[in-house]
Write a protein that binds this ligand. Structure first.
Ligand code: HDE
Length: 714
């Protein structure tokens, strides 16, 4: 079977260097004899301009930074591969989807959208999910998000949206947060954003891990087969580990304790061989069904419910290698939805159409040259030959006198390829219409699918949405903006609007003040407006939209982490019992003690602490366990240890204790709230029992016990 997996790594190795056992040199290759002292006139005298070594070193340093991405600045990436499991030659001629088992190298970059490069991973935000396929026919980029819809319908509003959500321009606050006036001012005047707002106010916007997110191409794309027939498709990545989130309070605490939480999680998973994996699927919509639905396929604020068109899996993506160098790879990688190969084409979605311009344009200022395709991470493994020439930092040395076409002096080379020879030809779509600045009436429904999303959530998930809105709008200072938002929310669900209003101490307005802009009429030259509409979705509720009921969730605790709190005198049998059981299930128990070094066990042995209470925190783990032991009094009186338990309980995680350690839980401040049906609190008087460990692991497969929280939808 064709396996091109190593091809990109071989290509990158040409540019990879390693200084081990080598001499230190200047950039010109001259060996350096003293890297610690600049050249001076006497050891107490002034430095000499002649010192080319110092000048070169400092000049390079002065220019080390490039502009960060205007959006998606904060990201983390990894190498991997895509393998076809279900070839689709009848739908597309794209070579990398033709044969079962065919393997194509990829690089995937995950990101937040609004924050700067140094901002926290756990901001409430959509996540980027961009995949570069190094195919035999050139680069294909699937530049996706972890949310299947977008805020706006037309590219012309993108700069406005981004200006509104970024830190406010007068004082550069707040960083990596949408909870401020300019964002909600804009949203309150853009009813088309309501579906996306439901998603970003849900737990989708605070994932547990990049490895536990779905990915969506958002727009409708086209696949084109060898007969030049086309179908519409929507792309979906489905994570093998399921789709999971953290709690909002937890997200905020993680942001302080470890702002690199997602970056580290991805890095460590790959280093330890827990390779993140997704299935890639497509929803296939035959061309003749383009107008079949109660929404427009070209409208990026709409999904195609999986109940109407199921997802057909075509392959799997595995990430199995961390980058060698963050800047060279993760920072310099340049994605573009317009990087397509024959067999994949665009729809007329007006948001996608704008993106097709933006991405190359932005690389010109970010990477500084039209030669960004020559940077090793961006370089195609398929040969590149054309008459593009010169420009900043050109690497390629093009031979010969001919750099134009047609030519006779170069024998007409490089040749154009016929379609049969793999030449890209755009899908031959018929377009016959007036030139207008307008929005299609079929885009007017702004609430139908927002309702569908909200109705598909469990009561706990609905409650999280209300609380997120109370938080976000609670940070808005302008009352009129809050009230406008309540008006829009009431169009989604009256109870939702009322519950948010309660938290804000406000009332839901009876009229909606936000008409939609229809564009300028050619007759009157005035902007036409219209009331936003609600087209009830033909699907009332969709399981795939809930994270709790998500069909991707599987009962695995692979790569999860458990905090094991110990102090001197701890039962070695208890610690080893849970550690071994967790290891067998693919998870990890981490020993945490009042100090680093070792603690003495009850068998006069010693256990090493991986973290102290100071260097780790409950929010960095998926569950907390206290083993039986003699030093329990020390733990029970340790505020840091109690904070582990309190947070774990509050964030609805599994908590366990055996033997006498159970008493710490019964003495904890939350003990009175634990209900009999809470399967996430596991205590036993037995010591180091296997059934306890199993019960603990089974509980962890449920991820979180959200039922513990005060629920606004009971
Ligand atoms: Fe992007 N987007 N975007 N976007 N986007 C960028 O390109 C843009 C949109 C997405 O890891 C920029 O190289 C416009 C939707 C991801 O490097 C820029 C519009 C979706 C990434 C840009 C959109 C995305 C970007 C900034 C509306 C989900 C990060 C840096 C018309 C399908 C890729 C860069 C990476 C990055 C423009 C809307 C996903 C400025 C104009 C919808 C994952 O070109």
């Amino acid at each position: 079977m064709k396996n091109f997996q190593d091809e990109k790594q071989r290509d990158l190795s040409i540019n990879t260097s390693d200084g081990t056992n080598k001499f230190l040199t200047t950039d010109q290759g001259v060996r350096i004899n003293d890297d610690n002292n600049s050249l001076k006139a006497g050891d107490r005298g002034p430095s000499l301009l002649e010192d080319f070594i110092l000048r070169e070193k400092i000049t390079h340093f002065d220019h080390e930074r490039i502009p960060e991405r205007i959006v998606h600045a904060r990201g983390s990436g990894a190498h991997g591969f895509f393998e076809v499991t279900n070839p689709i030659p009848e739908l597309t001629k794209a070579g990398f989807l033709q044969e079962k088992g065919l393997i194509t190298p990829v690089f995937t970059r995950f990101s937040t959208v609004a924050g700067s490069r140094g901002s926290t991973d756990l901001a409430r935000d959509a996540r980027g999910f961009a995949v570069k396929f190094y195919t035999q026919e050139g680069i294909y980029d699937l530049v996706a998000n972890n949310i299947p819809v977008f805020f706006i319908q037309d590219a012309s509003k993108f700069p406005d949206l981004v200006h509104a959500v970024k830190p406010e321009p007068h004082n550069e606050m707040p960083q990596a947060a949408s909870a401020h006036d300019t964002f909600w001012d804009f949203i309150s005047l853009m009813p088309e954003s309501m579906h996306m707002i439901m998603w970003v106010m849900s737990d989708r916007a605070i994932p547990r891990s990049y490895r536990m997110m779905e990915g969506f191409g958002v727009h409708t794309f086209r696949l084109v087969n060898a007969q030049e027939e086309s179908v519409f498709v929507k792309f979906h990545f489905k994570p093998k580990l399921g789709t999971h989130a953290v709690a909002w309070d937890e997200a905020q605490k993680i942001s302080g304790k470890n702002p690199d939480f997602h970056r580290q999680d991805l890095w460590e998973a790959i280093e330890s061989g827990n390779f993140p994996e997704w299935e890639l699927g497509i929803q296939i919509i035959p061309a003749e069904d383009e107008h079949k639905y109660d929404f427009d396929l070209l409208d990026p604020t709409k999904i195609v419910p999986e109940e109407l068109v199921p997802v057909t899996i075509v392959g799997r993506m595995v990430l199995n290698k961390n980058p060698e160098n963050f800047f060279a790879e993760t920072e310099q990688i340049a994605f573009h939805p317009g990087h397509v190969v024959p067999g994949i084409d665009f729809s007329n979605d007006p948001l996608l159409q704008g993106r097709l311009f933006s991405y190359t344009d932005t690389q010109l200022s970010r990477l500084g040259s039209p030669n960004f395709h020559e940077i090793p991470i961006n370089r195609s493994v398929a040969p590149v030959h054309n008459n593009q020439r010169d420009g900043h930092m050109r690497q390629e040395i093009n031979k010969g006198r001919v750099s134009y076409s047609p030519n006779s002096l170069g024998g007409g080379c490089p040749y154009q390829a016929k379609i049969a020879e793999g030449g890209f030809a755009s899908f031959n779509e018929r377009v016959d219409s007036h030139k207008v600045r307008a929005r299609s009436e079929s885009f007017n429904d702004h609430f139908g699918q927002a309702k569908l999303f909200f109705n598909s959530q469990t009561p706990e998930e609905k409650s999280h949405i209300v609380k997120a809105l109370r938080f976000e709008l609670g940070k808005v200072e302008t009352t009129a903006i809050r009230v406008r938002m309540l008006g829009l929310l009431s169009q989604v669900d009256t109870e939702l609007a009322q519950k948010v209003a309660q938290g804000l101490g406000a009332t839901v307005p009876s009229t909606l003040e936000t008409p939609i802009n229809k564009g300028v009429s050619p007759e009157t030259e005035e902007a036409g407006t219209q009331e936003p509409q609600t087209v009830p979705s033909s699907v009332e509720s969709s399981q795939a939209l809930s994270m709790v009921n998500n069909p991707t969730n599987s009962p695995t605790i692979e790569s999860r982490k458990v905090a094991i709190l110990v102090s001197d005198g701890v039962s070695e049998a208890s610690v080893m019992n849970i550690k071994n059981a967790l290891k067998k299930a693919g998870a990890k128990g981490c020993v945490i003690a009042p100090h680093l070094g070792t603690v003495a066990t009850d068998t006069e042995g010693a256990i090493s602490a991986e973290f102290s209470f100071l260097t780790a925190s409950s929010v960095l783990f998926d569950a907390v366990y206290i083993p039986h032991g003699l030093g329990l009094n020390a733990l029970a009186e340790n505020d840091d240890a109690l904070e582990y338990l309190n947070d774990a309980y509050k964030h609805c995680k599994v908590i366990g204790a055996d033997g006498e350690a159970s008493e710490i839980i019964s003495g904890a401040p939350f003990a009175g709230k634990i209900t009999n049906d809470d399967e996430g609190v596991i205590v036993t008087s037995e010591i180091a029992s296997e059934s306890f460990a199993q019960e603990f692991i089974t509980a962890m497969t449920k991820h979180r016990f959200w039922q513990r929280e005060p629920n606004l939808y009971n």
